[in-house]
Design a protein around this ligand. Structure first.
Ligand SMILES: NC(=O)c1ccc[n+]([C@@H]2O[C@H](COP(=O)([O-])OP(=O)(O)OC[C@H]3O[C@@H](n4cnc5c(N)ncnc54)[C@H](OP(=O)(O)O)[C@@H]3O)[C@@H](O)[C@H]2O)c1
Length: 327
């Protein structure tokens, strides 16, 4: 495992870290004992950063993480998120009172006195134009409830606006072989301001593992079934917003580029790690074998400029027209 600086926090985080959405819910059946084993395996292999949210399984993900961390002596940084408990999910809901309430709940779920990193959870764009929201987060830092805060965004434009607030330490954004725009427009700005970048949905919800086919089915409570067209939340979160059949065709083109002895998931993750502005990639994993497969991406040698250009070309030809203008 290699470690990278996380913005100005002073923390060095595992470049392949752990995304804990699936172990909470919204991804079909998950087994808590498998989830716990996946977390343990990840930490055994050097992962020291876990991304979760208060709404993942309504606290189930945070509680499972707390359970595992109780057994461990290593310092593992947990980044959680706040805001999505709001119903309706409005900009007005992002106020000091609600944020404090959400954070108190995460403190309980994670069984700690101070949260390492709290991210606004893809709030409405309007929130980025309300300095008082960031002032409320500053107050929570002063009160010792949170050590640092950041944002999780849908759009590059939101990311650019968010980092105008000087105490935003991290930006979490979708970045993968099907989503290149953050690298073109945002990474340079983030690096200049020493803002950490968490690359999420790195496997395009599993598509970029190369294991899916036209025949693959998903359970009703899996967002790859119920959010295909953005019915419940931003459709960019499901298969990265790429139409499934288009994604499958692009995966076949990518498959021939996989380095010898690597899996497609490792190739997809190594591609992300080629961008030094990225602090860490946070692939989701439901079981130890997935966690291990993903973490081994950190052992792969750098990809050649030719391979990078070919990946770009595949995206330009088949994916870009579907996603580039939207996020
Ligand atoms: N709004 C937000 O802030 C937001 C939104 C989305 C995600 N996130 C964060 O980003 C993390 C990563 O994104 P994601 O979980 O949506 O998508 P992802 O990492 O692109 O895909 C994860 C899924 O792919 C499958 N998978 C993972 N590793 C695999 C492997 N090696 N081989 C085969 N299949 C594998 C698993 O599902 P199956 O086995 O069921 O196929 C897993 O749940 C999340 O866990 C969460 O922490 C945040």
């Amino acid at each position: 495992m290699h470690y990278r600086e996380l913005g100005r926090t002073g923390w060095k985080v595992s470049e392949v870290s752990f995304g804990a959405w699936a172990i909470g819910g919204s991804w079909g059946t998950v087994d808590d004992s498998e989830s716990i084993a996946a977390l343990r395996k990840a930490i055994d292999l050097g992962v020291n950063f876990i991304d979760t949210a208060d709404v993942y399984g309504d606290g189930r993900s945070e509680q499972l993480i707390a359970q595992v961390l109780k057994e461990r002596r290593e310092k593992v940084i947990v980044a959680t998120k706040a805001g999505r408990r709001l119903d309706p999910h409005t900009a007005d809901g992002y106020n000091a009172q609600n944020l404090t309430r959400f954070i108190e709940r995460s403190l309980k779920n994670l069984d700690t006195d101070c949260l390492d990193l709290v991210q606004l959870h893809c709030p409405p764009t309007e929130v980025y134009y309300r300095p008082e929201v960031f002032g409320a987060l500053d107050d929570l830092v002063k009160a010792g409830k949170i050590a640092y805060y950041g944002v999780s965004v849908e759009k590059v434009e939101e990311a650019l606006k968010a980092i105008e607030y000087p105490n935003v330490q991290t930006v979490q954004i979708i970045f993968n072989m099907f989503r290149h725009r953050p690298a073109d427009l945002f990474f340079h700005e983030a690096k200049t301001r020493k803002v950490g970048i968490l690359a999420r949905v790195p496997l395009a919800s599993g598509l970029l593992t190369g294991k899916m086919t036209r025949q693959t089915t998903f359970e009703a409570d899996d967002h790859r079934s119920f959010n295909r067209h953005g019915e419940s939340f931003d459709m960019g979160e499901t298969f990265s917003g790429v139409d499934y059949e288009t994604g499958l065709a692009a995966v076949e083109e990518l498959r021939v580029l996989i380095p010898a002895d690597a899996t497609m998931a490792q190739f997809a993750l190594r591609w992300i790690l080629m961008f030094d502005a990225v602090s860490c990639v946070i692939p989701g994993a439901k079981r130890p074998s997935q966690a291990e497969d993903n973490i081994r991406a950190a052992d792969l040698p750098a990809l050649s400029p030719e391979i990078m250009a070919k990946v770009r070309d595949i995206d330009d030809r088949s994916i870009r027209t579907q996603v580039h203008h939207r996020w």
